[in-house]
Design a binder for this molecule. Structure first.
Ligand code: GDP
Ligand code: IMO
Ligand code: MG
Length: 425
């Protein structure tokens, strides 16, 4: 199968990176297609744990080419820091990391504007990661002040462009926030330095990817965030600013939809969310606390504690529909090993109506009460299990119910953060 997409089926942090790293064993290229350094993708190989914000999670496999696609907003500082860290661990990015000409560049004023906008929203704040994602995508869509990777190829052009844009941003900062101006010279100097270092990586990545496919190579598209954080299909306005869903893999890489063969939705065996916004199955009690503690549910980018709740099937049905999922990768089953009883949300009660589908009206969503099916826990460690048939019967039943309720087959089960803690179904 030449092109596979791996994406988040919930609100992010589903374990996409673990699944991407695992599936990279059968892939020649791995490409990120949207988002930026808001992503925190954790890969654990042996004693080494890496959290990637910018570089695709396939980089730990020495023969794999990694691509940052045009749909990504590139934070050069974060990217180069990751490349340097990899180098200290003996992993080179030279000749095997490529960045799209057309990707937009995150600037310090994007981060500042992200943070100032959040303060301005007061109690309605989104709870962004503060990585400048929204303001960078806004500049891209608005068109006047976007800076692209291609602008980094010519130092004189970059210097002039940044001078103009920083002057305009300072005016915005003054008028909107009464904020002191940013000093242009140090920003320009540091970005000229980043440009120098990024130059060898810059490429026409759509051409590179399509030529690789023509040669029979396999491409893995790595999603960031999750379906319910999608700008169009998620819980707007509590979303990110990109298309996290399957269509984003095409627009964000320049690979046509007819070349995509599999779309794998990654879902936890329960649900988590970081940041604000509705979350029908959220557990604000000791059980939620226990999931957080057992699962170490703290954000890989901001360290914030993740909100935890039961598995929500209407969310997965929405995800299956919007993404056209061909299968699910179910992660973190092991986190539920010690829970005597588990609950699966099968639908919602909205006043006198039963809803099977996730409601898209945020005000209705706020009023939805989950309808639960209670199932038996298994009280047995699963981390060492490698075959589906070796899972305890209640765990098999739990997994099968998730597949039925999501109307999607499960192709992979993860029972630990390590590469080999994986069951192929
Ligand atoms: P991503 O953003 O979707 O790549 O996920 P994160 O890296 O933000 O968070 C997932 C966390 O779960 C990481 O710490 C992973 O190492 C860990 N993880 C992934 N799969 C499993 C699993 O099956 N079991 C356990 N216990 N941890 C897992
Ligand atoms: P990965 O790829 C979980 C959330 C933020 C906030 C909202 C908007 O690791 O799964 P943004 O900074 O994008 O403007 O924030 O989206 N968010 C994530 N939540 N995992 C992520 O990435 C996220 N990236 C952004 O918490 O609610
Ligand atoms: Mg994450």
């Amino acid at each position: 199968m030449p092109t596979k997409v791996v994406l988040g089926a919930q609100w992010g942090d589903e374990g996409k990176a673990k699944v991407v790293d695992y599936l990279t064993m059968g892939a020649d290229l791995v490409v990120r297609y949207q988002g930026g350094a808001n992503a925190g993708h954790t890969v654990k190989v042996g004693d080494t744990t890496f959290v990637f914000h910018m570089i695709p999670s396939g980089i730990m496999h020495p023969g794999t080419v990694c691509v940052v696609g045009n749909g990504v907003v590139v934070d050069p500082e974060a990217l180069l820091q990751e490349a340097d860290e990899l180098q200290t661990k003996g992993i080179s990015t030279a000749g095997r990391l490529f960045i799209s000409h057309h990707a937009h560049v995150v600037m310090p004023y994007h981060k500042l504007l992200d943070q100032l906008a959040e303060v301005g929203r007061g109690s309605d704040k989104i709870g962004t990661t503060g990585r400048g994602i929204g303001p960078c995508y806004r500049d891209k869509v608005e068109r006047g002040q976007g800076v692209r990777v291609v602008d980094m190829l010519d130092p004189e052009h970059l210097r002039q462009r940044l001078q103009v844009v920083i002057t305009a941003k300072n005016e915005l900062l003054r008028r909107l926030y009464d904020h002191a101006p940013l000093e242009a010279a140090p920003i320009i100097e540091s970005y000229l330095g980043y440009a120098e270092r990024l130059r060898p990586y810059i490429a026409d990545t759509s051409l590179l990817l399509n030529e690789a496919l023509d040669q029979g190579k396999t491409v893995l598209c790595e999603g960031a965030q999750g379906t319910l954080l999608d700008i169009d299909h998620g819980t707007y306005p509590f979303v990110t600013s990109s298309n996290t869903t399957a269509g984003g893999a095409c627009t964000g890489t320049g690979i046509g939809p007819t070349r995509i063969d599999q779309i794998i939705g990654v879902t936890k065996a329960y649900t988590t969310r970081v940041g604000n916004g509705p979350f029908p199955t959220e557990l604000l009690d000791q059980t939620g606390e226990r999931i957080r503690e057992v699962g170490h549910e703290y954000g890989a980018t901001t360290g914030r504690s993740r909100r935890c709740g039961w598995f929500d099937a209407p969310i997965l049905r929405l995800s299956a529909r919007i993404n056209g999922l061909t299968s699910l990768a179910l992660t973190r089953l092991d986190v539920l090993d010690t829970f005597p009883q588990l609950k699966l949300c099968t639908g919602y009660q909205l006043e006198d109506r039963v809803l099977n589908d996730f409601p898209l009206d945020p005000r209705a969503l706020e009023k939805c009460v989950p309808i639960y099916e209670e199932v038996e826990g298994w009280n047995t460690p699963t981390t060492e299990v490698r075959r589906f048939g070796d899972l305890p019967a209640p765990a098999r039943h739990y997994v099968e119910r998730i597949a039925q309720l999501s109307r999607t087959p499960i192709s992979l089960i993860s029972v630990g953060p390590e590469r080999d803690s994986t069951i192929e179904v």
